[in-house]
Design a protein. Sequence first.
Length: 261
Amino acid sequence: MITSLQNPRIQHVRRLQAQVRARREAGEFVVEGVRLAEEALGAGWQARLVLHLENLTPRGQAVATGFAALGAQVEAVSQQVMDAISDTETPQGLLAVLAMQPLPLPPAPHFVLIPDGVRDPGNLGTILRTAAAAGMQAVLLPPGSADAYAPKVVRSAMGAHFRLPVCSMDWEGIRLYLNPPTPPRPRLYIADAAAGLPYTQADLRLPTALVVGGEAEGAGLEAARLADERLHIPMPGGVESLNAAVAAAILMFEVVRQRNL
């Protein structure tokens, strides 16, 4: 059992939890709790280290055993250590360090989302969870967005990382991806608080890319340069704007509605 906070593996986990740079350099991130770890195992993601309390539930023990069978290092830790490495107020007794292995982008994009400048981790995680539920092909994260593998994003996404391609990409990369050599090219819409076409009037049955900006500033200039059109969500109550995750959900499920008519 690991009882020391000075243990190199424990210090490594703490860096992964706290630092974007550490996650990117190691190519690793952390998932907490039996449910998320179970989803990662079921999706075939590689765990490099699994840490758990001794009084782990049978379900949690099955997850740890499953990762061990695939080559993960599995160690029991003390409650003090688990409290120190957890990003939650009430640790769930199991934590896994996973290798980043994003799913591949589809070659012919027809239903993708671009959260532009969504810096709040909880909002981004909720957007990813909703995108997975809506059957989005991919989420493209331009510069200025929250880190997709930050602890709060991973928790809020509720396993979306294991089902949905999530790709950090600069705007030139986004432009190239949305202009495939073989047509059709998806039409790019920017969500706008007031301007543009009411979202229900756009033909979203066609290949579509949606840009949803952060609440503070909305979508940026790079997105505007690529945009074909702006969409807005009518708000008769007179509110200035919607939460980014709420706006994204409304637009994504409008695509789902139109394509299922």
